[in-house]
Write a protein of this length. Sequence first.
Length: 136
Amino acid sequence: MIILKFLHVLFIFIWMGGLLMLTRMLGYLSKESDATFQAMNRINKRIYFFIDLPSMILAVTFGLLLLFLKDMNWKAPWLHMKLMFAFLLIVCDITCGCLIAKGKRRSRVFYQILHGLTGLFLIGVLVAIYILKQRV
């Protein structure tokens, strides 16, 4: 069980690091020329499809394994809050991945909002785990 939790947390670190880095990089690239944007987008695709997406899938898989293998109180408010913010992080990741895969360029503000939402949702997960869980 401890190995599953370690792997879950490890892949969450990799996933969040990749997602935060990609949203920041896309924001910087929104002002660059088309040639620079396309060249860097190839790098972004590699980062997304070889690092970010597999780590998200593994983090969710290990999280679901932990959820079903542990004796969990399914009515605990912190669990619902954590799962909601985790779902929103997945939506942010898939949004970022679709933009990278299509090679679409959006405004810098869009990427800044996506970056801020990713950080906000991550903080929501941490609050659910470390503050609300301790009160139960």
